[in-house]
Design a binder for this molecule. Structure first.
Ligand code: PMV
Length: 434
């Protein structure tokens, strides 16, 4: 167990103290077969976090802001598969076998990734070090396509563990939300923005777009004994943005060569990083203002500039990281040309990968369809796919969630969303009716 983690985090420390007491009083006993469940959406950052503060655990160097991708979700179930260490005087007897953690990701039994195992061992260390746990997690979007599955995955996992431990009994609503939020952040930075919308429903979220900021608390209340270093909050968005649509152009679905953890470490080795960070508070405030004020042009421009800058930082570190491919550049060029020609309200963004995300107002669907039609005429894009979240999910599209159903969960509106074959077939009405 990583004891520093609790020492550094007064909130998690206090909750741990309270739960240990509950456990001593026999209120926190887990048994074989107990399970917990949660679902969380992915998100796409319009202002990106890239780089973490040295010496602090999962604290970003800059505030970030994302659109919640309510219809791209992870659903996760954790279930106890037996207790291993007999407790001696309340402490595990470490002479026994190590409790096993197993995982099934998207319908396949896998070796649990080291990062996930560490996360679970830390989260359970105090309350239930002696249980074997099975994690069943399913995304309703294809993996390695550019939709961040670690964001939705860790938020859903933290939510599922909270459900397993029955934390509702010991924490009030705000504390429970903060607990899920903190653990999500420790799992994966961007998951902290997804955790705000983690819940126990498998339903797609409402069609209203929601924005979440992960903010550095540099001006934290100095009177507070231990001010938080960062916090997550839902942003006020003008009605103009309530129907902001999203789709993804999948140009390459192979796993990326350098993961974000390594990328975050390299960020500080780029000479451009300090320039980026110097103007970041201003950019963050401008973005919040543009979002609240309904200034589509400003949101679009700020988001595109930010993505470009993050990729410039990536490309100029000690180990240059080039996530954009030549196809990405061509697609973005065509997108911007078409957008400008039509004065359409749409913009792009790009995470640590080659697949651009397009965000658009419903009225811009026609211009976006033109972009796809043009790409479809270009042979280099013959393997490109477009991924659009369904708004209404036909029952027959629900696949791959049987394991959860067997565990008694009602699966209402989840789908493994099929990618649309050949982007030249995508018309504005297809874009609109999904
Ligand atoms: O959540 P992480 O630690 O995997 O990092 C995600 C980083 C970006 O997706 C590139 C940007 C962001 O803010 O989501």
């Amino acid at each position: 167990m990583d004891t520093h983690l609790f020492e550094e985090n007064p909130f998690l420390h206090e909750v741990a103290r309270r739960l240990l007491k509950a456990r001593e009083q026999g209120q926190l006993l887990l048994q074989n077969g107990d399970s917990g469940f949660a679902s969380a959406p992915s998100n796409i950052a319009l202002l990106k976090y890239w780089g973490k503060k040295n010496g602090l655990r999962q604290i970003p160097v800059n505030s970030s802001l994302s659109l919640s991708l309510g219809n791209f979700r992870s659903v996760t179930c954790v279930s106890v598969r037996g207790r291993f260490f007999p407790l001696k005087n309340g402490h595990p007897d470490n002479t026994g076998a190590r409790p096993e953690f197993t995982v099934s990701l998207n319908g396949r039994d896998e070796v649990m990734p080291a990062k996930m195992e560490k996360f679970l061992r830390n989260i359970l260390a105090i309350y239930a070090p002696d249980i074997a746990l099975h994690v069943l997690s399913q995304n309703n979007f294809p993996t390695a396509c550019g939709v961040a599955s670690s964001a939705s995955g860790y938020a859903a996992l933290a939510g599922a563990v909270a459900d397993l431990l029955n934390l509702e009994r010991f924490l009030d609503e705000a504390e429970l939300a903060l607990w899920i939020n903190e653990w999500s952040r420790l799992g994966s930075g961007s998951a902290t923005r997804s955790s705000v919308m983690a819940n126990k429903s498998t339903k797609m979220s409402s069609s209203v777009s929601r924005f979440v900021a992960w903010e550095l608390c540099e001006n934290a209340d100095a009177r507070a004994e231990t001010p938080p270093l960062s916090r997550t909050l839902e942003c006020v968005a003008h009605s103009k943005f309530q129907k902001l649509r999203h789709c993804l152009l999948v140009l390459d679905s192979s796993p990326k060569a350098t993961g974000s953890s390594e990328g975050h470490e390299l960020a500080q080795t780029s000479v451009l990083q300090s320039l980026r960070l110097a103007q970041y508070p201003r950019r963050y405030t401008a973005m919040l203002g543009a979002l609240a004020g309904g200034d589509f042009g400003k949101v679009a421009e700020t988001s595109e500039t930010d993505a470009f800058e993050m990729h410039a930082v990536m490309a100029t570190g000690a180990v240059p990281l080039q996530y954009m491919s030549s196809l990405t550049s061509t697609a973005l060029k065509m997108f911007v040309e078409e957008r400008n020609r039509n004065s359409a309200e749409m913009f792009w963004t790009l995470d640590a990968g080659p697949n651009p995300h397009f965000l658009f107002d419903a009225e811009a669907a026609y211009a976006l369809a033109d972009v796809f039609a043009k790409l479809g005429l270009d042979d280099r894009f013959k393997n490109a796919r477009v991924l659009l979240p369904c708004r209404e999910v036909p029952q027959e599209l629900i696949v791959g969630l049987e394991p959860l159903e067997k565990l008694g969960f009602r699966i209402d509106s989840m789908t493994s969303e099929p990618m649309l074959e050949n982007c030249d077939l995508l018309t504005a009405s297809q874009i609109l009716c999904r």
